[in-house]
Design a binder for this molecule. Structure first.
Ligand code: CU
Length: 173
């Protein structure tokens, strides 16, 4: 009986440690069973999309960082962003932040659809790419990293992103 109690205590401690870690980003994590999108390497280039002002807010210590950018569908058909990856980063996910009853929550986004000509901004307190540096040495403030995005229809596009310090608020500041 005593052993059972010990196991429960250990589980509770682990759950709390995760909650504390998630809170460092200022949100609550909800990863409810979503799969990360696979990149096969056989995708075709999507040229009808334009990325700009991409930057990464680098959080040290193996904790999740976030990437922000603007994108525009420059084509005549709708496009759907479904995944992202970058060298030297792990656990990359499309996320959105929503505020419910004054509490900021974060959850996975399956896809972001842009109609022809439409633009979208990934920015603090809204949509963002969650990503974690593969190691303390892998990514440094001032680096330029390439984010590769996957779209429905086996298409990919990429953009260069500036790695900025944890206290940065936007691409410019
Ligand atoms: Cu997030």
């Amino acid at each position: 009986m005593k052993n059972t109690k010990l196991i429960f205590t250990a589980l509770a401690a682990a759950a709390m440690a995760f909650a504390v870690q998630a809170h460092d980003h200022g949100h609550h994590h909800d990863h409810g069973g979503h799969q990360q999108v696979e990149f096969t390497g056989h995708e075709k280039q999507l040229s009808e999309v334009e990325f700009s002002r991409c930057w990464v807010r680098l959080v040290p210590g193996g904790r999740p960082s976030a990437a922000y950018f603007d994108l525009k569908n420059t084509g005549n058909e709708s496009i759907a962003l479904i995944g992202v990856r970058a060298e030297n980063f792990i656990d990359m996910m499309l996320h959105e932040t929503t505020v419910v009853d004054g509490i900021s929550k974060m959850g996975m986004v399956d896809k972001v659809v842009l109609e022809a000509g439409e633009s979208a901004s990934f920015e603090p307190k809204a949509n963002h790419v969650m990503l974690t540096a593969a190691s303390e040495e892998a990514v440094t403030v001032g680096d330029t990293v390439t984010l590769q995005f996957k779209f429905e229809g086996e298409r990919v596009a990429s953009t260069e992103c500036l790695v900025k310090a944890i206290n940065s608020l936007s691409f410019e500041s």
